[in-house]
Design a protein around this ligand. Structure first.
Ligand code: HEM
Ligand code: HEM
Length: 195
């Protein structure tokens, strides 16, 4: 198992960060969209707390992922990929990283501005307030931003997944294969660099 990425494929650490965040985001989005529709009863608080803790976990994973990325390599674009496409992919990834931070941070900002009850990460760590107390002006802004940035993340991620599928099924290159779990045979093994 290669922890680090090389010129041809992503390492297991990058794959772990990528796919764990995808799965957690799906759970998180579902919980978020459902919990706001539930009747306001005390039992709903548990869902809100779960959503907040999971959201902070996603934020932590995004931070760890970026830190790891700084030491890791990045596989080369597939042979023959036009420069504009490589640049477009990079811009899309920068946007995804930005939204991966912005969505949980605006959720945290909304929670701080509401100042309903202390924010705990899985009942383990008390998180600081980002506003230093209730802030009635900021609260609706953070709430709206949290929803709209989430919608932007969903749209960009859907486009990103569609592009990955086009690479796989139409261009028949290794872009998706080299990000999938396991060590799959690549169609351009001569690109493989020695470990
Ligand atoms: C990547 C992480 C996150 C995603 C994808 C996400 C997604 C969502 C979604 C889809 C909603 C429903 C929005 C609506 O219909 O108005 C929501 C609501 C909410 N989120 Fe998040 N969220 C994330 C992180 C967080 C974090 C870290 C916190 C707080 C620490 C948080 C606090 C809230 C709260 C309090 C609501 C309810 C808003 C309301 O009452 O209108 N979220 N979230
Ligand atoms: C919420 C969903 C997703 C997010 C936030 C996300 C985010 C990202 C990010 C930030 C990168 C760049 C990695 C880096 O340069 O460090 C990446 C790469 C990649 N993602 Fe996703 N992704 C998501 C869903 C998907 C899905 C569903 C697929 C497959 C259908 C996919 C396929 C890929 C592939 C193949 C790469 C590598 C591209 C390359 O080698 O240049 N992603 N993703």
């Amino acid at each position: 198992m290669n922890l680090k990425s090389d010129d041809a494929r992503w390492g297991s650490a990058a794959k772990f960060f990528h796919w764990s965040v995808v799965i957690l985001l799906l759970v998180q989005a579902t919980v978020g969209l459902v919990m706001v529709q539930l009747p306001k009863r005390p039992s709903v608080i548990a869902w809100f707390s779960f959503h907040k803790s999971l959201g902070l976990t996603i934020l932590l994973l995004a931070l760890l992922r970026l830190a790891w990325r700084a030491f890791d390599r990045h596989p080369l674009p597939p042979p023959g990929m036009p420069r504009w496409q490589a640049l477009g992919a990079k811009a899309g990834h920068v946007l995804l990283y930005g939204l991966l931070f912005a969505v949980p941070l605006t959720g945290w900002l909304f929670d701080s501005a509401s100042s309903l009850r202390p924010l705990f990460w899985w009942d383990l760590i008390k998180m600081p307030s980002l506003t230093g107390g209730a802030n009635a002006d900021l609260k609706p802004i953070a709430q709206t931003l949290h929803l709209w940035l989430f919608l932007a993340l969903a749209a960009v991620a859907a486009g990103h997944a569609a592009v990955a599928l086009v690479h796989h099924f139409f261009q028949r290159d290794d872009v998706l294969r080299r990000m999938l779990p396991g060590r799959r045979r690549l169609s351009t093994p001569n690109q493989e660099s020695s470990p």
